[in-house]
Design a protein. Structure first.
Length: 101
């Protein structure tokens, strides 16, 4: 499915809530488009991707499944308080496929 069609489908399905869906390397994010108020990762990372954390605006949130595939994983919410301070909160246990490069 091409990006234009994905964007159209997203708008139809989520109306005004979805601004843009991009298929790219989930480890690096989109540094040229940062900062972001919210980043949702749909695959598990062994550790929260630092590059994504650094792309958050102050007050922004990153929600990412964290843990090894086949092991215990947790859905983690990371909020950026300021340039160097982040708070982390475990939301629930989950089971996701791994985040690939």
């Amino acid at each position: 499915m091409d990006a234009k069609r994905q964007k159209e489908d997203c708008r139809r399905g989520l109306k005004a809530y979805c601004r843009l869906v991009i298929g790219a390397d989930g480890w690096t994010g989109l540094p040229n488009e940062a900062p972001f108020h919210f980043i949702l990762v749909g695959a598990a990372a062994v550790e929260p991707p630092r590059a994504l954390m650094e792309q958050l605006a102050e007050g922004g949130r990153l929600v990412v499944p964290v843990g090894e595939q086949g092991a215990s994983q947790v859905l983690l919410e990371i909020q950026r308080a300021d340039k160097e301070t982040y708070t982390k909160r475990e939301l629930m246990g989950v089971s996701y496929v791994p985040l690939v490069r």
